[in-house]
Design a protein around this ligand. Sequence first.
Ligand SMILES: C[S@@+](CC[C@H](N)C(=O)[O-])C[C@H]1O[C@@H](n2cnc3c(N)ncnc32)[C@H](O)[C@@H]1O
Length: 256
Amino acid sequence: MIFDILTIFPDLFDSPLKEGILRRARLKGQISTNIVNIRDFADDPQTMTDDRPFGGGEGMVMKPEPLARAVKSRCEAGLPGARVILLTPQGRQYDQAVALELTKERQLVLVCGRYEGVDERFRAGYIDDEISIGDFILTGGELAALVIIDSVTRLLPGVLGCSNSAEKDTFSRKLLKHPQYTRPRVFDDQAVPDELLSGNHEMIEAYRFIASVLRTLERRPELLKLENFSTMEIKLLRRHYLFEKVRMIQENTQEK
Ligand SMILES: C[S@@+](CC[C@H](N)C(=O)[O-])C[C@H]1O[C@@H](n2cnc3c(N)ncnc32)[C@H](O)[C@@H]1O
């Protein structure tokens, strides 16, 4: 997967792309990242990429020409059908399903806004998709681009060391992941649950499934609305007196 990142602050990407799983994925050729300085596409000696808004008012707006030239250059240099994404608080909300959707692409061109955002005509003419990472305002799109690169990369085949660990993450189903424990067996008078020490794989899986449902009921019950459970899972829910609770959440949704 190719990630092209269009920014006026290229140095912001130095460390995050050089550490951990992103570093390994780059070294193995599973991803490549091109940091493109939008200033290199400005046509005046001061490399201006922003200007005052027509109509007056606060702040500056990113000029359309350098952005358009930068996008064109990446699309021409890259693969056919690159998807150009504008990071913007006005975009569709990013989540694990969108991350999974983006793994199907071969090249993502991520456009990082700054100041008051980008000129509307650039948005209308050059952008395929607009993504927000949440209902809050960042100073620029760079951190949002990194969120996308990080979350998409770990879903690409072969990137994570343990092949199924992404499949068991929170949000891969409509369930939060169960609590995790490591050594020591007792910490601050709290012991690791017996089931996890049993060595019985079936018992461990059943414990983790119920712990996962309980955590979801406690913190994000709305997630359960669209979850499908296997026959074995329904049996476990019944055994732990959770089936009715889950069923009520699911039926309330279907009625609406
Ligand atoms: C200060 S923000 C501009 C906000 C804009 N004036 C508005 O009210 O919609 C500057 C840039 O940060 C990025 N940004 C800010 N919040 C974001 C979010 N929640 N998700 C994605 N990008 C964001 C966008 O690229 C945006 O152009």
